[in-house]
Design a protein around this ligand. Structure first.
Ligand code: UN1
Length: 547
């Protein structure tokens, strides 16, 4: 059954629903956007988006999309494809540039919305919206550089060319921890290359996704080029992936857990459909004796607890050389103990806010059990922050949101499960290293390979780390996080399938090379067989006599 058509995406203002939100913010009625129209779910089902710092604050109500809704979105993307693929790439780039300029104009409102919906600090939300803007500005000009090549033929009167061609309909599935930068990393290069998209918004950030999709349309994006469906990963997300088996999708781009990534990879693999997979990480950060310890503490602390440890690039295993272990730990724990935690909307100075949502909070608490079961020593942290159990730096009302203590586990060794498992939240597992080789071995010993870092002032050590580590990204005297919008982002091993986001490299993931030959001779010339043979003619020189 087709979903009920409401109105065009640009025609209606955000519809405010009746609500008694404690902070006075409006509750929005959110829609799917299919072929430029605002739509509800075909069966009318909905879900809510809640502020994790203030669970009584409901941001809005959104369609819980059905299989039929996902299929209407795929149909719209398929119909929009020929005309969008035929639009000159510089024009596509111009629309992308408009998106960047609109995001700049609306940045303050979007930053507040992002913080309200997923609890990141305002500073971090601002950084993230900026990453989406940077991505638009970068790809605006890539629209003028979607180059192919002219290639010399081995035959006369014949020309060879290469062209980048779009893949078709792309299914986009991202996670709510980077709800603006990551979908832009995916969709901006996708549409720049001439593809069309069905975007399944993260279940915990539907309002921001809805606002961003509307801005994309305001920028001049034709109807059907990006279609937005809301819902659960196990609902709308799964229907989108299942559609690969039905031949309706030409590409899946997914950021999320390794387990779900493997499932998507299998489905895409059996259909020979390309997929980009950005998955989990257990990112190591090594501290060597020659490092500037204050700097290393600063980097490790930010990597571990910034964003409440909810980046895929967050610090996992902190690997500290035994010679400086006590000094490092003294400085590190001094910072950890003073960590300021609260609602950034009400206190601008906090390091981190609540978990992204109650779901993430529950999963984090389960991961802590792995650390306990592994036998690691918990030296700081008491799980969820409550009225009766809060660290000194906690400045919010524990009952209002889902806040966690920072956690530090020591005595972690390679044979423990918590050494290998990603813990998505504010927890760091600390491992002692005997020497550089041991540290490098430990850094490579987890099943993941996303980000990595080393603090050292020994150039040879830095070089050996850079060449010996198996990871997609490495920081030297820097934290594990903080990729920039024009560098390739992605991992190896359990962190992905080798595809990259960002920068010019991502274009490979959203286009294929088309080789064209143009035979101008007016006859059939056979490659390899009709090529003139050039023989070596031995010169009559006695080289031995010259020696
Ligand atoms: C993610 O966590 O999925 O490098 C993306 C960083 C950010 C992006 C993280 N720029 O930490």
């Amino acid at each position: 059954m087709a979903a009920k058509v409401m109105t065009h995406v640009l025609a209606a203002d955000f519809e405010h629903m009746q609500n008694d939100n404690p902070n006075g913010s409006p509750m929005i009625r959110g829609y799917n956007i299919i072929d430029g129209k605002l739509e509800v779910a075909s069966d009318g089902a909905t879900f809510h988006s809640l502020n994790p710092a203030l669970l009584s604050d409901t941001l809005g109500e959104f369609p819980l999309s059905t299989k039929a809704d996902v299929h209407s979105a795929l149909k719209a993307a398929r119909s929009a494809f020929p005309s969008w693929a035929g639009t000159p790439a510089p024009t596509r780039g111009q629309i992308i540039g408009n998106m960047g300029r609109l995001l700049m104009d609306r940045k303050d409102a979007l930053v507040r919305l992002e913080t309200r919906e997923i609890g990141k600090t305002l500073k971090e939300s601002a950084g993230e919206i900026q990453e989406a803007i940077d991505t638009c500005l970068f790809f605006q000009s890539e629209g003028r550089r979607l180059y192919g090549q002219t290639v010399n033929s081995e035959l006369p009167d014949k020309e060879l060319f290469t062209y980048r061609r779009p893949l078709g309909v792309c299914g986009i599935i991202n996670s709510c921890n980077f709800p603006s930068a990551v979908p832009f990393w995916k969709m901006i290069p996708a549409i720049m290359c001439g593809n069309t998209c069905v975007w399944k918004s993260p279940q915990d950030s539907p309002l921001l996704s809805f606002a961003l999709a509307r801005i994309m349309h305001e920028a001049g994006l034709p109807d059907g080029v990006i279609n937005l469906v809301h819902g659960k990963g196990s609902g709308a997300g799964q229907y989108l992936v299942d559609a690969v088996d039905e031949g309706l999708v030409n590409k899946i781009s997914f950021t999320g857990s390794t387990a779900v990534g493997k499932m998507i990879g299998e489905i895409c693999g059996r259909n020979l459909v390309s997929c980009s997979l950005e998955l989990g990480g257990k990112n190591p950060l090594v501290v060597m004796p020659s490092a500037n310890l204050e700097n290393a503490v600063e980097g490790a602390y930010w990597a571990g607890f910034g964003t409440a440890g909810q980046r895929c690039t967050s610090l996992g295993n902190l690997i500290v050389h035994e010679k400086i272990y006590d000094d490092f730990m003294g400085l590190f724990m001094e910072k950890v103990r003073k960590t300021k935690i609260g609602d950034s909307m009400r206190d601008g100075d906090v390091l981190y806010g609540p978990m992204l949502s109650s779901k993430y909070a529950d999963e984090f608490l389960q991961s802590l059990e792995i650390c306990e079961a592994s036998g690691a020593d918990l030296i700081f942290g008491e799980g969820r922050i409550t009225k009766d159990s809060a660290p000194d730096g906690f400045v919010a009302d524990a009952e209002e949101g889902v806040y966690m203590w920072p956690h530090v586990y020591t005595g972690v060794t390679e044979d423990m499960e918590c050494f290998h498992e990603e813990i998505f939240g504010p927890a760091v597992t600390i491992v002692k290293a005997r020497d550089f080789d041991h540290a490098l071995h430990l850094a490579n010993a987890s099943p993941y390979g996303l980000s990595s870092a080393i603090y050292t002032n020994d150039r040879l050590e830095a070089y050996r780390f850079k060449t010996g580590i198996k990871a997609g990204m490495t920081g030297i005297n820097n934290s594990t996080t903080g990729a920039e919008a024009h560098l390739p982002f992605g991992g190896v091993k359990g962190s992905g399938n080798g595809t990259r986001e960002s920068g010019i490299w991502v274009i490979e993931s959203y286009s294929y090379w088309h080789a064209v030959n143009d035979e101008l001779s007016g006859k059939l010339q056979l490659a390899q067989m009709d090529v003139d043979e050039i023989h070596i003619e031995e010169a009559e020189v006695n080289y031995e006599a010259l020696a």
